[in-house]
Design a protein around this ligand. Structure first.
Ligand SMILES: [Zn+2]
Length: 76
């Protein structure tokens, strides 16, 4: 069973969660269902930033790496 990294889009909390199928977990902090899977969504977008992780600079926009419209993982 895979463990995925998620970031809550509401409070910004990052957490790891066992996921079954296509289920999305809720945030352990605020229980929001609006979470972003970092692995398939934000985490892999590190191109051109010299190895910096996108999530670290996401800041205000909780999912800064998902400017692309192809981000199915977080509903953009
Ligand atoms: Zn949250």
């Amino acid at each position: 069973m895979p463990i995925y990294e998620y970031q809550c889009k509401k409070c910004g909390k990052e957490f790891e969660q066992l996921v079954f199928g296509k289920e999305s977990p809720n945030c352990p902090e605020c229980n929001s269902a609006k979470v972003c899977r970092l692995m398939s969504c934000c985490g892999f977008i590190s191109k051109g930033s010299g190895g910096e992780t996108v999530s670290a600079s996401a800041g205000a926009s909780s999912c800064g790496g998902c400017s692309a419209s192809s981000c199915a993982g977080c509903g953009h």
